[in-house]
Design a protein around this ligand. Structure first.
Ligand SMILES: [Mg+2]
Length: 259
């Protein structure tokens, strides 16, 4: 954890009548970090198609002939590689049966999703472009930290028109455990900022798993309730900043008279 018992302060956006829409822990400057690691699904964007989701079962069937679904698998904040392993576990398929096919299944997923990218229906979350522009304008290095496989993650970000903001990324191809993927992304950020001895690196995500993975690495985290979890659910896990969406954070700047 970055701080033992930091003081808390909260700010209510005047546009929201029902309780807090932004909470920032004392001393944390959400837009003054040296680097940011953005989650994709539920944070930057949402895919209204089911192309990525459906690619799990279709790729498993294509490679192994087995019918394995994602029923019962906790998807939100999960890594693609862990979701695959959990789906097999819930289906009662032993690791020694499917793990030899792991790479072939992942490759089938990449080819399936990339082959259908023209059918993707992507919604960008509120104020994403403005937030990325604001942070980049303040000199921050922007990267991804996502449970997506690399090629799939970049394809979604490209389709959303966000590719130009991001210089690097952590992906799940080599990491089933989210905190290990975040550690890899943070290491990339540090290597891209060689002039800084200890750059501040902040995770931005929409699930309890993003918060846990950031804190496991000693990194602060901005949690946004644009995915499957409410503001209250995320705030309870004590992220350094929590907001209904990035728009509420950006509104703080406007209301503070900064540009
Ligand atoms: Mg997410």
């Amino acid at each position: 954890m970055p701080n033992a018992e930091p003081a808390k302060s909260s700010v209510t956006n005047p546009g929201q009548a029902d309780g807090n829409s932004v909470l920032i822990r004392g001393g944390f400057h959400w837009d003054a970090q040296n680097a940011y690691l953005f989650d994709i699904d539920g944070t930057l964007l949402r895919s209204r198609d089911r192309i990525h989701f459906n690619s799990f079962a279709s790729s498993i069937h294509q490679v192994t002939g087995l019918d394995v679904t994602l029923d019962g698998v906790l998807l939100h904040g999960g890594t693609d590689t862990a979701i695959l392993a959990e789906a097999f576990a819930l289906a009662g398929v032993a690791p020694e049966v499917w793990e030899p096919h792991n790479e072939a299944i992942l490759e089938a997923m990449r080819r399936t999703v990339l082959g259908r990218r023209a059918e993707m229906q992507i919604w960008t979350m509120p104020a994403v472009q403005e937030t990325l522009a604001h942070l980049a304008g303040r000199g921050a290095l922007l990267g991804l930290a996502t449970g997506n496989l690399e090629e799939i993650g970049w394809a979604k970000v490209e389709e959303a028109g966000l590719r130009a903001w991001f210089h690097f990324g952590g992906f799940s191809d080599r990491f089933r455990v989210r905190s290990e993927m975040v550690a890899d992304a943070a290491a990339q950020a540090r290597s891209l900022l060689p002039q800084m001895t200890a750059p501040s690196i902040c995770v931005v995500g929409d699930t309890p798993r993003d918060i846990e993975a950031a804190h496991a690495n000693g990194l602060p985290v901005i949690a946004v309730a644009t995915g499957n979890y409410s503001f209250a659910e995320l705030a309870a896990l004590e992220p350094e900043a929590c907001a209904v969406s990035l728009a509420e954070l950006m509104a703080l700047i406007t209301s503070a008279g900064r540009s």
